[in-house]
Design a protein around this ligand. Structure first.
Ligand code: PSU
Ligand code: MN
Length: 311
């Protein structure tokens, strides 16, 4: 029985049963994307932001052979302080981790899968994974994109991580049949920067408008996900020139150390944080909190619509 593999926190279970809004948070950015204890403070800030907006936050991970939706504080502390010792769990890793009774921090792909199993429609991350630079040659394309295109879950992000090939990532997303909606922007944001040269096809001005869009895809029985691209606030956004410089340094280092596969994204993000005198870390924290606000508001509006229209 699939339900035996799923462990939903009693508060989240109650919220889901009573049709209350829930947002799932991925846990790989907590375990692998940010330094300890900043990651712990950030996670608790995101949780409070979501709660304040009348929505139930559910951090998601694999814990001792179960897909867990809604971690308690000690489980979050363990994820945050263990770093690379915790497996980076994409959706395809779930079966192995569950069979072994192991732990895993879920990536966007893993979180989409877990949320879908639990009936949660909206998840929040920092930036989605995508096509790495030189991905046309290395074929390093994040599983985030495949899973996003195969399950009807909305991902609230600050776009794709700047370390990626953003143009190819957008092309791949379009081919995969996933609509990207810019929140108050015409251009795809690029994580540490509130913009990029790449124009989007769709734009929305409010959380209510996004909730209405999700409702239409639901009524269309569209089986794919939706990507919301939420630019980080202007005052924390870094210039393309500055970013190119730090990103190139990180990419050169990764090449020199021969880092590839699962470790590449965490390596690049951590290296960038270390060489950017706190600037990239500040931007990363800012965009995550900004995404928590929007994800909560979308979830709230979606549930209002759902109760009103009874769909
Ligand atoms: N966003 C962040 N920090 C991260 C990640 C995203 O701010 O660490 C993680 C996410 O979990 C995302 C994953 O799903 O990186 C993508 O990794 P890969 O490129 O290996 O698929
Ligand atoms: Mn990869």
């Amino acid at each position: 029985m699939i339900n035996n593999l799923l462990s939903i926190h009693p508060k989240i279970k109650e919220a889901l049963l009573n049709n209350k809004p829930v947002v799932a948070l991925e846990s790989s950015f907590i375990a692998h994307g940010l330094p300890y204890p900043t990651n712990l403070e950030l996670c608790s800030d995101m949780v409070s932001i979501i709660k304040k907006r009348g929505v139930h936050p559910a951090v998601t991970a694999i814990i001792n052979g179960k897909i867990k939706i809604g971690l308690d504080d000690s489980e979050i502390e363990e994820l945050a302080s263990s770093g690379e010792k915790i497996f980076k769990a994409s959706a395809s890793d779930f079966g192995v981790l569950l069979a072994k009774g192991a732990k895993g921090a879920t990536t966007v792909a893993g979180t989409i899968y877990a949320a879908h199993m639990a009936g949660i429609k909206i998840i929040v991350t920092g930036g989605i994974g995508g096509v790495h630079r030189e991905g046309y040659r290395t074929l390093d394309i994040s599983q985030d994109l495949n899973v996003l295109s195969s399950l009807p879950v909305t991902v609230v992000s600050a776009g794709a991580k700047a370390i990626l090939d953003i143009k190819l990532t957008l092309e791949y997303i379009e081919t995969a049949g996933v609509a990207v909606i810019g929140y108050k922007t015409n251009y795809f944001p690029s994580f540490y920067s509130c913009t990029s040269p790449y124009l989007l096809n769709h734009r929305a001005e409010s959380a209510v408008e996004i909730a209405e869009i999700i409702q239409c895809y639901y009524r269309l029985k569209w089986k794919r996900g939706l990507l919301i691209a939420n630019p980080l606030p202007d005052h924390d956004s870094l210039s393309a020139e500055y970013l190119n410089n730090v990103i190139n340094k990180a990419l050169d280092k990764a090449k020199e150390l021969n880092i590839s596969g699962k470790s590449l994204t965490p390596f690049l993000l951590n290296y960038i944080v270390n060489i950017s005198e706190g600037k990239c870390l500040k931007a990363n924290l800012s965009l995550l909190k900004n995404n928590a606000v929007l994800a909560a508001d979308i979830s709230y509006s979606y549930h209002e619509l759902k109760s009103k229209n009874n769909f």
